[in-house]
Design a protein around this ligand. Structure first.
Ligand SMILES: *Cc1c(COP(=O)(O)O)cnc(C)c1O
Length: 306
């Protein structure tokens, strides 16, 4: 791949040694997918890798979708720049602020943006809509929102392979979920003895329908730590982020990884995690979202991420 994109792969694994874990005799590790690359981080790189390969092979640019603070839009814009691929982002909402930190960064690296009304955006998976879009942009590979397609899951299997290569086999692997593509890639690639705990960042249990498609049945979906739904937060959640950062030096994002960690600690307090377990947390990245979060909540001290 392009030598100017220097990626830290395999992503580093570090032990987290805090009182809470020591008291319960747990060995807790975190796989720092957030450190793969400062801009093209976490599961979004895993998802993009084979999509970018295809775009390069077909000599195409990349066109994709996302919200005004999307980690996927951010990662795609930066990856496309490194690989010299033109790219277009279709953004949800006619009136989003093009100068928010995420969107100004992606524009600065050359992503062309188009704002779609929420209604139009809602059609982004419909065949007719995609056909018209492909006709309008014949030289672009269209990647769905969040980067979620079959190629994405292929890329995520490489994360599972890195877990197989560790010196230990985790009893539990914890991962946050939006669409659960990351979780599905892991189910196809992690050791069979490792149980996958999937923490939904969205309200509801609809991710069950996706996870049951996988052959590996060693997973549990956790649906109670959504904090009201996608991108919703409260002071408890933000406190978890700030405390964990102080204790370990590890930053968490408010949308995904913080909800996983909060859920993990809640399960621990309830005695739902067996003592002496080896636990691997997957840090899926998403830290670019903190800037936007802090602007949104600048008037609410208790919701600010330090
Ligand atoms: C996109 C994203 C997720 C969700 O991944 P899915 O594969 O959609 O479940 C989790 N964590 C971070 C940091 C993300 O950016």
């Amino acid at each position: 791949m392009n030598p100017s994109l220097s990626l830290q792969i395999p992503s580093p694994v570090q032990r987290i040694d805090i009182d809470l874990y020591r008291e319960k005799n747990l060995e807790v590790y975190i796989k720092r997918e957030d450190l793969i690359h400062p801009e093209v981080s976490g599961n979004k790189w895993r998802k993009l890798k084979y999509n970018i390969e295809q775009a390069k092979k077909e000599n195409k640019g990349i066109l994709t979708f996302g919200g005004a603070f999307s980690n996927h839009i951010y990662a795609t814009a930066h990856a496309a720049r490194y690989f010299g691929l033109p790219c277009i982002g279709l953004i949800r909402g006619k009136y989003v602020d093009l100068n928010n930190p995420s969107l100004s960064a992606v524009r600065a690296v050359g992503m062309q943006l188009e704002l779609l009304s929420r209604e139009e955006y809602g059609k982004k998976e419909e065949e007719d809509f995609l056909e018209v879009l492909q006709k309008k942009y014949p030289d672009y590979l269209i990647i769905p929102e969040g980067g979620n397609n079959a190629k994405a899951i292929e890329g995520l299997k490489e994360l599972g392979k890195e877990i197989n290569d560790l010196a230990f086999t985790p009893d539990l692997i914890l991962v946050p979920a939006g669409t659960a593509s990351t979780a599905r890639g892991l189910l196809r690639s992690i050791p069979k003895q490792s149980q996958l705990l999937v923490f939904s960042s969205l309200k509801g249990d609809f991710l069950n329908d996706r996870l049951v498609l996988e052959e590996n049945e060693n997973w549990i979906l956790q649906t109670e730590f959504h904090f009201g739904g996608y991108a919703r937060v409260n002071a408890d959640l933000i406190n978890t982020i700030n405390t964990f950062k102080t204790q370990t030096g590890i930053p968490l994002d408010p949308i995904y990884t913080a909800k996983m960690l909060y859920g993990f600690h809640a399960l621990l307090e309830r005695g739902a995690i067996e003592a002496n377990s080896k636990i691997l947390l997957i840090h899926t990245g998403g830290l670019q979202g903190i800037l936007g979060h802090n602007i949104k909540y600048q008037a609410q001290e208790e919701l600010r991420i330090q």
